[in-house]
Design a protein around this ligand. Structure first.
Ligand SMILES: Cc1cc2nc3c(=O)[nH]c(=O)nc-3n(C[C@H](O)[C@H](O)[C@H](O)COP(=O)(O)OP(=O)(O)OC[C@H]3O[C@@H](n4cnc5c(N)ncnc54)[C@H](O)[C@@H]3O)c2cc1C
Ligand code: FES
Length: 282
């Protein structure tokens, strides 16, 4: 159970927060910067999510896209999908929102310290992974190397386009971007191809490497197969994030069950070996 759950008076009562700014990322995704109204920090860990609500409407689980090492605010990268997210996309700075959480099992940072990290994001998966990327940027001495590989459908679908060049810091902190298709009239000059096709080109020491994968479900099996070919086949060498439809967010309703696990409490971040054999997990 996350420490934040014990800290809140009620895990079911949303805490008021204020929308500080809205940035358009793509035609479908926006970045929302928020502050808790009482001035406190969210105190999330990278990989955790909040249950975001608009008063009088509904709520939805959204991963925190910013690192706790960036103080005074937290950010959510949100795709317009349905009721809550469409209403959210209409809001402007100053709007009042509610959040429950942070909830869920974060990226296992202690297990990542000292390792060579291979951070792999597909599509919207870059939003949750950005919290870990920022954390690595702010704590570079804790990791032996950080290699980011991000794939999107097309150049127009790339999230955090302005930030991507800044994630290429040195030979041991690299960022590579690829798109499935690059239209003829685009000025994009990065790689074209699927993530598994580029993985083998990332320099990673199999003995001291750990991959973190966040993306759409069809991405997982081909990426995992390729990572294993690269030698990342031991225990605790592949960490991934799973999404399920959620209600309570705190392990009570069973809505997000994956066999004996709940995605909201036992996840959303799992080691591959914890879920690989569970029916429907991947
Ligand atoms: C742990 C977690 C973290 C998430 N983080 C993010 C994030 O950072 N950014 C983001 O944009 N979205 C994120 N999502 C997905 C987001 O919660 C759904 O898109 C949510 O349904 C949006 O609410 P809505 O009211 O707008 O859509 P709704 O009106 O509830 O539904 C819209 C459509 O989305 C489907 N749907 C609902 N939940 C999910 C889900 N979890 N996975 C796939 N389809 C779903 C519904 O069946 C429906 O077809 C996350 C989900 C989980 C479980
Ligand atoms: S959402 Fe209720 S148990 Fe996970």
């Amino acid at each position: 159970m996350p420490s934040s759950t014990a800290r809140n008076d009620s895990i079911y009562a949303p805490r008021p927060c204020r929308l500080v700014s809205v940035t358009e990322l793509t035609r479908q995704e926006k970045l929302f910067r928020l502050q808790l109204t009482d001035g406190s920090e969210l105190q999330q860990q990278p990989g955790q999510f909040v249950q975001l609500s608009i008063p009088g409407l509904t709520e939805a689980p959204i991963s925190v896209a910013s690192s706790p090492s960036r103080h005074g605010y937290f950010e959510l990268g949100v795709r317009k999908a349905g009721t809550l997210t469409s209403a959210l996309h209409q809001l402007q700075a100053g709007a009042q929102l509610g959040i429950r959480g942070p909830f869920g099992r974060p990226f296992q940072l202690a297990e990542l310290y000292g390792k060579q990290l291979l951070l792999i994001a597909g599509g919207c998966g870059l939003a949750p992974l950005r919290s870990l990327i920022q954390y690595c940027q702010d704590n570079p001495d804790k990791f032996s190397a950080v290699h980011i590989l991000y794939g999107a459908r097309s150049p127009a679908d790339l999230l955090f386009r302005d930030e991507l060049p800044g994630w290429q810091i040195s030979d041991s902190f690299t960022c590579r971007v690829t798109v499935d298709q690059n239209p003829a009239n685009s000025c994009y000059d990065g790689d074209t191809g699927l993530i598994p096709e580029l993985l083998a080109e990332i320099p990673i020491d199999a003995d001291n490497g750990c991959a973190v994968v966040v993306g759409p479900p069809p991405m997982y099996r081909p990426v995992i197969a390729e990572l294993r070919k690269m030698g990342l086949s031991g225990a605790q060498q592949i960490m991934l994030s799973l999404e399920r439809q959620m209600r309570c967010g705190v392990g009570k309703c069973g809505h997000c069950s994956i066999e004996h696990l709940t995605c909201c409490c036992d996840g959303p971040i799992f080691w591959l070996e914890e879920v690989e054999q569970l029916r429907g997990a991947l």
